[in-house]
Design a binder for this molecule. Structure first.
Ligand SMILES: *Cc1c(COP(=O)(O)O)cnc(C)c1O
Length: 466
C-alpha cells in the first residue's frame, strides 16, 4: 500500500503540467494549488479505503484525465445554465421565466454602461427609478399609478405595512395560502405589523362574513389568489367586485395579491379552458392596489409589481421600506423591455418566451418532438431506443395548477441503464439536463426546449452515455 502512495505525483509536478493548460488561466494559482492538493487527498483516501489496489489505477494518463475532470468540475461556476426538458414552463427551481433576447440585450446594456437610472434627462437633475416603467404599466393595465419592487413577497409586505400597520386586515380562511419556499400569507402579515382577521371557513366565505368582521380597527380587505391549489366541490368565494363595494361603503382599501398576475387573456385568444382574471380586469373591478410577480405568467424578470389607485400608490412610494426592497437597474431594463411587448397582446404571445411556450399547440410540439428524435437518432442511433409519447405539460409557478397542457414527449431508453440512472447521469453533464420519467422512459418535453438547443441536447446525451 505504501508503494501505491509513492506513485502519486507531487503537487509541483502537477502544477507545472496544469500551468501549461490555458483552461484554468483566469483563476489564481494559489486556488489551483489548493484544488490539486484536494485531488491528491481524494486519491490517498481511495488508497486508504482499499478502493485503489492496483498500480494501473494510478498510471499517469489515467490520473491525468481524472485530474482534468476534477479541476473542470471544481473551477466551473456554481450557478449555471441547465436545459429544462421537464415541460414545466415557469419552473421555480430552474429560474422561473426566461427572457426574450431583446430583454436580455437591455440588461446587458444597462450594466455595461452608465444610465439615466435616477437622472432626469428633461431637467438634468435627479430623477426617479420608478418613472421608467410606471407609464407603461398604467397604459397596459388601465391603472392610475404603479411601482415596482424586488419581488411579489416584498410587494405584499410593503402594501400591508403602508396601508394596514397596527390595523386589522380581513381575509378569507380559504385564502391563507403557503406559496412554497416558506411564503405564508399569515406570516408575511405578521411581519408587516398588520393584524390578521380571518373570516369564513376553509371552503366557504360569504360577503356577510367580511361585513361582520369590520370594526373601527379594520384597515383593509385582502384577497389572495390561491395560486397553487384549487378548492373544488362545495365552496364559495366572494368576488373582488363585491369586496370593492363593501370597501367603499366603509372607506376601506381593497388589496389583492394576485400571485401570478397575467396581462394576457388566454381564454380570449383561443385557450378557452384557461380562465384566469387578468390584471386589467382586477383594475377595472376597482381594486385599490393589486400586486403580482414579474417572473411568473408575465414572463419577465423577478420583480414585484404594484398597480392601483394613485392615492394609495403614492403612500407606498413614500414608505421608507421601499428603499430596502427596491428594484435594481438590470431588472428594470428587462422589465421595461418585456412590458413593451404587451402593448400588443399578439406580439406578447409571440415574443415573451413564457407565453409562447404556454400557448404552443400540441400539433406544433409533436412536430418538434419528431425533429428532436431524428436529431438524436442521427447522432446516437444504435445506443438508444427512442419513442414519441403523448403526455401533459404544466404551466408551473403556481399558475393554472390543475391545467394540463397536451404535449408530446421524446422518450429515451438506454439498455444498460435504468431511467433513474439516466436521470442521474444528466445531472452531471455540461450543461445538466433536467427531464422526467414517464412510461419507463426518460422523457424530454419539447415545450420547454428551444430548437436552438437540440444540438446541445445531443451533445449532452453523448456525455451521459460516455
Ligand atoms: C408567487 C406568489 C407570491 C410570491 O411572489 P414572489 O414574486 O415569488 O415573491 C405571493 N403571493 C402569491 C399568491 C403567489 O402566487
Amino acid at each position: 500500500m505504501t508503494s501505491l502512495y509513492r506513485l502519486l505525483p507531487s503537487v509541483d509536478s502537477i502544477l507545472a503540467y496544469v500551468s501549461t493548460e490555458k483552461t484554468y488561466g483566469d483563476l489564481p494559482r494559489a486556488f489551483i494549488r489548493d484544488l490539486v492538493n484536494d485531488f491528491l487527498e481524494v486519491c490517498r483516501e481511495e488508497i486508504r479505503a482499499g478502493a485503489v489496489r492496483d498500480e494501473q489505477d494510478l498510471d499517469p494518463s489515467r490520473l491525468k484525465s481524472r485530474l482534468e475532470a476534477y479541476l473542470k468540475v471544481q473551477t466551473r461556476p456554481h450557478f449555471r445554465r441547465v436545459i429544462n426538458a421537464t415541460g414545466v414552463v415557469i419552473h421555480t427551481n430552474l429560474g422561473r421565466s426566461i427572457l426574450n433576447k431583446k430583454a436580455a440585450q437591455a440588461v446587458w446594456e444597462s450594466c455595461l454602461g452608465y444610465s439615466n437610472l435616477e437622472f432626469s434627462l428633461d431637467t438634468g437633475k435627479r430623477g426617479s427609478r420608478y418613472s421608467h416603467v410606471e407609464e407603461l404599466l398604467c397604459r397596459i393595465t388601465g391603472a392610475e399609478a404603479g411601482l415596482v419592487v424586488n419581488n411579489n413577497a416584498s410587494a405584499v409586505l410593503i402594501i400591508l405595512d403602508t396601508l394596514a400597520k397596527g390595523k386589522e386586515v380581513v381575509v378569507s380562511r380559504g385564502q391563507l395560502v403557503e406559496i412554497g419556499g416558506s411564503f405564508r400569507i399569515p406570516e408575511v402579515m405578521a411581519k408587516s405589523g398588520a393584524i390578521l382577521k380571518e373570516v369564513g371557513a376553509t371552503n366557504r366565505t360569504h360577503l356577510k362574513d367580511y361585513q361582520a368582521a369590520i370594526n373601527e380597527q379594520t384597515g383593509a380587505l385582502l384577497k389572495v389568489h390561491t395560486s397553487n391549489y384549487r378548492i373544488i366541490g362545495f365552496h364559495k368565494e366572494v368576488s373582488l367586485k363585491e369586496l370593492v363595494v363593501l370597501g367603499e361603503k366603509y372607506g376601506l382599501p381593497v388589496i389583492e395579491d394576485m400571485g401570478s398576475g397575467n396581462f394576457f387573456d388566454f381564454a380570449a385568444h383561443g385557450y378557452h379552458f384557461m380562465v384566469e382574471p387578468t390584471v386589467q380586469q382586477v383594475v377595472k373591478d376597482g381594486v385599490s392596489v393589486v400586486s403580482f410577480s414579474g417572473d411568473k405568467l408575465l414572463g419577465g424578470p423577478q420583480a414585484g409589481i404594484i398597480v392601483g389607485k394613485k392615492e394609495f400608490i403614492d403612500q407606498i412610494k413614500k414608505n421608507p421600506m421601499n428603499r430596502a426592497i427596491r428594484i435594481d437597474k438590470m431588472t428594470l431594463a428587462a422589465l421595461e423591455s418585456t412590458l413593451r411587448f404587451y402593448l400588443d397582446p399578439l406580439v406578447a404571445m409571440k415574443e415573451v418566451p413564457t407565453l409562447r411556450m404556454i400557448t404552443m399547440k400540441a400539433e406544433e410540439i409533436k412536430k418538434e418532438a419528431h425533429k428532436l428524435r431524428s436529431r438524436i437518432k442521427r447522432n446516437l442511433g444504435q445506443e438508444v431506443k427512442l419513442s414519441i409519447l403523448p403526455a401533459q405539460s404544466r404551466v408551473g409557478g403556481g399558475a393554472f395548477p390543475e391545467q394540463d397542457l397536451p404535449t408530446w414527449l421524446v422518450g429515451i431508453k438506454v439498455m444498460s441503464l435504468t431511467c433513474d440512472q439516466l436521470k442521474e447521469k444528466f445531472l452531471r453533464t455540461d450543461p445538466p439536463l433536467i427531464g422526467r420519467i414517464e412510461d419507463d422512459f426518460f422523457c424530454l418535453d419539447p415545450r420547454t426546449i428551444s430548437s436552438d438547443e437540440y444540438s446541445l441536447v445531443c451533445d449532452v446525451l453523448k456525455q451521459a452515455l460516455k
